[in-house]
Design a binder for this molecule. Structure first.
Ligand code: ATP
Ligand code: MG
Length: 284
């Protein structure tokens, strides 16, 4: 069963798409089966994956409107992950969904049919807390929040966290914050360090250890339609995203071990009760 991760922050230009695309590629390079869902009408993740956003039908819009299945709409990319393409049609889908029943659950229902085929499903969200983002947060197990290490970085985070809380209450009780990812970090800039320290102070170990540096190769790669590891695998940007993929895989393993241990502990708990019951029967 795939773990579904929404890459979200309603603040624009913080590195959501760069993270979604390059994490998808790095996980695929680590032999994970990955689906990237482009849920942003800008279609940036689609283009950055080397797929034309103009002429691809069916796409995410058709899937949200139940006119196609995810399996019918996906394309395989050069970097070996699958992509559910998105483009401006998503805006039309959002408008049409406004009047639909259970409108926040569409993506979840559609992805449920393919979760068995993947290890990870990443959703690139638009820069707004709209119905498309709500669909992503309803479908997701975790939210990965890219935060640009600059002056107003913390601004807007509280409304995102409020939204996540509201989604937990109304739509998706098990939604977790996967982590906050520091992006476009510049070592020469003191501000980066200050913002980083503030984030750690507020959010503790929810701040991921991996840090994505500001790196011009990351900014160039999308115009070549390639994730960074195909465009320039030795760049600092490429190395950082490989590190992030490793951190995500380790976290997942640790969580799996922790829940297995908790399961075993609860079984151990059952044993004395079972023994008592058996003892009780013998005494009779
Ligand atoms: P939007 O809110 O519009 O969807 P976004 O949050 O998806 O934006 P990106 O598109 O990933 O952000 O990044 C914004 C711009 O910054 C892009 O031009 C991208 O190439 C560039 N960029 C992203 N990450 C880095 C980085 N680590 N170093 C240098 N440039 C970067
Ligand atoms: Mg984007």
């Amino acid at each position: 069963m795939a773990r579904i991760i929404a890459v979200a922050n309603q603040k624009g230009g913080v590195g959501k798409t760069t993270t979604a695309v390059n994490l998808a590629a790095a996980l695929a390079a680590a032999k994970r089966k990955v689906l990237l869902v482009d849920l942003d009408p800008q279609g940036n993740a689609t283009m950055a994956s080397g797929i034309s956003k103009r002429d691809h039908r069916p796409n995410g819009c058709d899937v949200l409107l139940e006119e196609a299945t995810v399996a019918e709409a996906i394309v395989t990319t050069e970097a070996h992950y699958d992509l559910l393409p998105g483009n401006g049609d998503l805006t039309a889908a959002e408008l049409k969904l406004m009047d639909a029943l259970a409108r926040e659950h569409r993506l979840k229902e559609q992805l449920a049919k393919v979760t068995g085929d993947y290890d990870t499903i990443l959703i690139d969200c638009p820069p707004s807390l709209n119905l498309l983002t709500l669909n992503a947060l309803t479908a997701a197990d975790g939210v990965l929040i890219p935060v640009q290490c600059e002056y107003f970085a913390l601004e807007g985070l509280s409304s995102l966290l409020e939204t996540i809380k509201a989604v937990r209450q109304r739509l998706n009780p098990t939604l977790e914050v996967e982590g906050l990812l520091r992006t476009m970090y510049d070592v020469r800039n003191n501000l980066g360090n200050e913002v980083s320290a503030q984030l750690t102070q507020h959010f503790g170990d929810k701040v991921l250890r991996s840090i994505i540096p500001r790196n011009v190769r990351l900014a160039e790669a999308p115009s070549h339609g390639q994730p960074i590891h195909l465009y320039d695998r030795s760049s600092r940007g490429a190395i950082a995203y490989v590190g992030l993929a490793g951190e995500m895989i380790r976290r997942e393993r640790n969580q799996a071990t922790a829940s297995a241990t908790a399961d075993a502990a609860s079984h151990d708990h059952e044993h004395p009760a079972t023994h008592d019951a058996v003892a009780g029967i013998h005494q009779e």
